[in-house]
Design a protein around this ligand. Structure first.
Ligand SMILES: [Zn+2]
Length: 113
């Protein structure tokens, strides 16, 4: 399952951060999941709970924020949040756009002790 490998690298990232800041435990792991990332929040939570035991994240809570799609028009520069997943500028109807956000999953913040 896709989510398991994501959680593995997420926990590795947490351990690296904890080492840098000399934290003894992590209370909260806050991630942002883009709507286009293909990551299922429910599966991610299940995978996290299964993997966190005996890691720095043993007592950590996973907080998931869903990031809506944000696009920018390459013609007129307008940045917009399409209601549906559409790749078209609502101002000039150009399809020459780039995706600004909503594509990936990011670790946003850790609450450590
Ligand atoms: Zn435009």
């Amino acid at each position: 399952m896709h989510e398991y490998s994501i959680v593995q690298s997420l926990i590795e990232l947490c351990e690296e951060n904890a080492a840098v800041y000399k934290a003894v435990k992590i209370d909260k792991v806050i991630v942002k999941i883009g709507v286009l990332s293909g990551v299922e929040p429910d599966l991610l939570k299940i995978a996290f709970d299964a993997f966190k035991e005996k890691t720095i994240c043993n007592d950590a809570e996973l907080v998931i924020n869903i990031q809506q799609l944000i696009i920018q028009c390459n013609e007129c520069g307008l940045i917009s949040k399409p209601q549906k997943i559409r790749y078209i500028c609502k101002q000039c109807n150009s399809v020459n756009i780039k995706i600004v956000d909503g594509e990936e999953m990011y670790l946003m913040r850790l609450k450590m002790e």
